[in-house]
Design a protein around this ligand. Sequence first.
Ligand code: SF4
Length: 300
Amino acid sequence: MLYRRYNEYIKQKYNARIKKICIDAGFTCPNRDGTCGVGGCIFCGERGAGDHIDITSHSIREHVERYLRYTRRVDGFIAYFQSFTNTYAPVDVLRERYDAALFDKRIVALAIATRPDCVSEDVAQLIQSYKSRVDVWAELGLQTSNDNTARLINRGYDTGAFENACNILKKYDIPIVVHIMIGLPGESDNELKNTVDYINHFDMQGIKIHNTYVMKNTRLEELYLNGEYTPITMDKYTDSVIYVLTHISPEIVIHRLTGDCPPDKLTAPDRNLRKEDIISEITRKMEERKVFQGCYYTKK
Ligand code: SF4
């Protein structure tokens, strides 16, 4: 096994065909509404990572119902709160929106994407309260452990917030999936190594690895069009992903090896449209080099 694939993990865990329902629950983000910043992270699109989600339904329940009704040959579903910051509201509001998705016994898990600075004890207690009904996990957008890059990309929190969020989630036994990005402005091999070293200090259950792509109408697009940002090559990207895979724990489930951007929202690079090519190139290189997930990992 080259790496611990999410699809295989899910198949084994549930012994069934499980599909994710991506949900835009109508939240915003403190890095957009002025609470900790405006304009958002420089790479973030207008719909806060939810650009592919159909938002024609009138409610969360209606959105989920449509999936349940029209998705064939699937035994269960994961309700994935994806767009913007899905813990950025009073707990009562969060409960109401999570409950709206969990009305059917075919929903087997609740996955919540958020920012580390929006994870409080109250939020963790609420997420924990669902564990008697469904599996749960939290997805934390770290992107990089380097605070200089964090300022450059206007992330809006320093890396210490990540540690704090991990400690709270651990306390309530909530699995964590960390998101990191490769090819951020100003980052090189050294910064990636630091990020991998950093996340190895925590007990992560999953990781999503994203390439930095340039979306339309973002600050990153301005930098790109002004010649101040150049996306890394596919060769460099696949080498960097392999670096991450070989240096993290073999226990971590690999949820993603590259990001997705709707073609009509993408400015650069065009390789982003060829996700399968990226994954097969990673596989080819790992086989050729005889490396596998965790082969250079040392526990911190
Ligand atoms: S924290 Fe997430 S939703 Fe908010 S601006 Fe950054 S990437 Fe977008």
